[in-house]
Design a protein around this ligand. Structure first.
Ligand SMILES: *Cc1c(COP(=O)(O)O)cnc(C)c1O
Length: 447
């Protein structure tokens, strides 16, 4: 495949198709992040030109109700007036200095206040960067090399973490001919990752506390366990009761650093993220997505004694030209300001209404569907069984999802172009939007 759009494929209109054709000659797959290319669902992606609230418009003038939310950041919806006004004001006062700014202090204070396990933090420009730095820190602090991750969790594209990763890697493994995995079959790691690097990464099934116990029992100098406390990159998979607690206990007992990758869940499922919701205390936390309010931001933080190992205080080097960028800090601050208790109640209600509506529509059409949801993140899996880990997620009928996806897109509803991603509800969605979505889903599922 050379990335050329398939003829007469569904998806974007003629202008989007023309843009996509040109894009394919200029950027690999025509995109700057793989899943955007619609490989898993077929067809060609609409090129978006505008967003407002819960809606987006494409280059052909088509309007969609949006549940991508830019893959998580847009908890306030597109172009929220308060966010737009704030970033406009900040940009007009200079967009980057390479020197400390008051906004970084304000933002750090806001994050540390909301997430009690974070004594100190450092802002970076992406979730990938946050995770890379957190693991470097964990290795430096423990003097050990191995890290444990969970099958189907995605932690950005750093070498050590492209081992049985979720998100785009899980999606592409399904989309490539011949790679339709048997349940539990190994997914390919990325080319270009040296075996020597991948060898330091142990992979265990999500929600399998015994497997984590076994890894620790086998010894092998584990520096860190990194986990998405609510998995979002194999589709949404909540933690089984007690699972995260056990992982936390095992880390404590072994002197390993527990890293919560809350790049999706931070400020998404509660102000305090998953750790706030479930009452846990990781040593380090990675953030991104929501805290940037739609701008490029990541952060890592946690125990003071660990964070004091970061340069210039300590020997662990990490730096960034645009880290703590004022415009991004301001977008994040304005977004966090909108997230009070009432906001989370509303997000939860809307999420529940959407999940229940999708499940009901599937029942009426006799389509096996499991809807996993935590707050405003959810995934309808085209399978009858419970989805508790990557193996059960991979039992989903991805062709069924692709048909559903295009059924929704044709009816003006944009959801993630992969079975293995989270749908996001925002504060801009209304009960009426959710009803419209459920009607569209019912029509898309009807046979
Ligand atoms: C998106 C994501 C990342 C990577 O963040 P980028 O900003 O895309 O680099 C890391 N971890 C999780 C859990 C994510 O969902």
């Amino acid at each position: 495949m050379n990335g050329a759009p398939r003829a007469a494929a569904p998806g974007g209109g003629p202008r989007s198709a023309a843009l996509y054709a040109e894009a394919c000659g200029l950027m690999p797959g025509g995109v700057n992040s793989p899943v955007r290319a619609y490989r898993a669902v077929g067809g060609t992606p609409p090129f978006l030109v505008r967003g407002e609230g819960a809606r987006v418009w494409d280059a052909d003038g088509r309007e969609y109700l949006d549940y991508l939310g830019s893959w998580g950041p847009l908890i306030a919806g597109h172009a929220h007036p308060a966010v737009v006004a704030a970033v406009t004001e900040t940009a007009a006062a200079g967009s980057s200095f390479g020197a400390p700014t008051p906004l970084e202090v304000e933002m750090a204070r806001a994050v540390a206040a909301a997430v009690p396990s974070i004594d100190m933090l450092r802002f970076v420009s992406s979730g990938t960067e946050a995770v890379m730095a957190a693991l470097r820190l964990a290795r430096a602090a423990t003097g050990r090399r191995s890290i444990v991750k969970f099958d189907g969790c995605y932690h950005g594209h750093a070498d050590a973490l492209l081992v049985k990763a979720g998100s785009g890697m899980m999606t592409l493994a399904h989309a490539s001919p011949g790679a339709r995995a048997q349940p539990g079959a190994a997914l390919p790691s990325s080319a270009g990752v040296p075996d020597e690097v991948a060898a330091w990464t142990r992979v265990v099934p999500f929600n399998d506390a015994d497997a984590v116990r076994a890894v620790f029992r086998a010894g092998g100098e584990i520096a860190a366990v990194i986990v998405e406390p609510v998995a979002g990159n194999m589709g949404v998979v909540p933690p089984a009761p007690g699972f995260l607690e056990t992982v936390q206990d095992l880390c404590r007992a072994a002197g390993a650093v527990l890293v919560f990758d809350e790049v999706i869940t931070g400020f998404r499922i509660a102000r305090g993220g998953a750790q706030g919701r479930y009452g846990l205390k990781p040593d380090l936390t990675c953030l991104g997505k929501v805290i940037g309010g739609g701008f490029p931001v990541g952060a890592y933080g946690g125990r003071r004694d660990l964070m004091q190992m970061i340069a210039p205080l300590g020997p662990v080097y990490q730096a960034g030209t645009l880290s703590g960028n004022p415009v991004a800090m301001r977008a994040g601050l304005e977004t966090l300001r909108l997230l009070d208790d009432a906001a989370y109640r509303r997000l939860d209600e809307l999420g529940a209404a959407l999940a229940d509506g999708l499940a009901g529509a599937a029942r009426r059409s006799s389509v096996p569907l499991v809807v996993n949801r935590v707050g405003s993140m959810l995934t309808p899996f085209f399978t009858a069984g419970p989805v508790t880990d990557a193996a059960s997620a991979q039992r989903a009928d991805v062709d069924g999802y692709a048909r559903f996806f295009h059924g929704l897109l044709a009816r003006g509803v944009m959801v993630p172009p992969s079975q293995f991603e989270a749908w996001f509800v925002s504060l801009a969605h209304t009960a009426g939007d959710v009803r419209r979505t459920v009607d569209a889903a019912a029509a898309a599922l009807a046979r």
